[in-house]
Design a protein around this ligand. Structure first.
Ligand code: ADP
Ligand code: ADP
Length: 231
């Protein structure tokens, strides 16, 4: 089966205050095989975040169907939500939460058993154990990113989605993120989808990529073949 199967997906944002409506996705068909590390590339405004936010359940689609790990989002919303974890692009975190507290709440939302133990395990995995009890407002940008990754992983999803995970990130953190992603994929068979506008990152990380432009998938292939054409 596929990790993700998207058919005929459209999203139109309503216009506001005299702004025209915006057709951000215009009929996207996309399947992502289980066990892959899959890249979504495209220029700013192409619709990548919209697509990811729909997968995450944060944006409501206009039409089309989305299956996550075989579960239709409309028919089996709980199972489809439990199958995916999303690391968003924005670094906004409740400033009065600690990493440990935030993870315990997240674990609770997903009904994860032994929330405390699971939270500590994930904190170690992303290298945040020393900051477990620090307030989020005192965390650096890099630490916040680690916490967002930890939140995406706490319920052990089948599919991990990373929205521009290394945008504006220093080398050390980039390596940490790449290593984590590789390990999750290779050792746990986790399917990973990431958006990026760094070709180098797609080349390094992704077995397959799709290119999105103006709300549609315009190319999709093995990374080696696709990037070979661009060079
Ligand atoms: P509300 O009126 O509910 O506060 P907003 O109009 O502020 O909603 O939009 C909600 C979110 O969508 C905000 O995060 C905003 O930045 C974002 N947003 C609104 N319009 C656009 C746009 N044209 N491009 C990208 N993001 C947008
Ligand atoms: P990308 O992630 O590829 O940069 P987005 O999905 O953020 O693309 O945006 C796709 C298009 O939809 C853009 O034209 C953007 O301005 C618009 N858009 C995104 N969010 C909103 C919103 N909340 N309201 C209105 N327009 C939006």
């Amino acid at each position: 089966g596929d990790a993700i199967r998207i058919e005929g997906l459209t999203k139109t944002y309503a216009g506001r205050g005299g702004q025209p409506a915006k057709e951000a996705l215009r009929g996207v068909d996309l399947t992502v095989p289980r066990g892959s590390v899959f890249g979504l590339l495209g220029p700013n405004g192409a619709g990548k975040s919209t697509l990811i936010n729909i997968l995450a359940g944060l944006v409501v689609k206009s039409s089309g169907s989305v299956r996550i790990w075989g579960w239709d989002q409309d028919v089996n919303p709980r199972q489809s939500r439990a199958s995916i974890g999303v690391m968003p692009q924005e670094l906004n975190l409740d400033p009065f939460f600690t990493p440990r507290g935030a993870l315990e709440v997240q674990a609770g939302l997903y009904g994860v058993p032994k929330a405390r133990r699971r939270s500590d395990e994930i904190l170690r995995m992303v290298g945040l154990e020393d900051k477990a009890d620090a307030y989020a407002r005192t965390l650096s940008g890099g630490m916040r990113r680690r916490l967002l990754l930890a939140k995406a992983l706490v319920h052990a999803p089948h599919v991990l989605v990373l929205d521009e995970p290394t945008a504006g990130v220093d080398i050390e953190l980039r390596q940490m993120l790449w290593e984590n992603v590789r390990r999750l994929n290779e050792e746990r068979g986790m399917t990973v989808i990431l958006t990026t506008h760094y070709l180098e990152e797609a080349e390094e990380m992704c077995g397959e990529i799709a290119i999105i432009d103006d709300g549609a998938v315009v190319a999709r292939d093995r990374t080696s073949s696709l990037l070979g054409q661009i060079d």
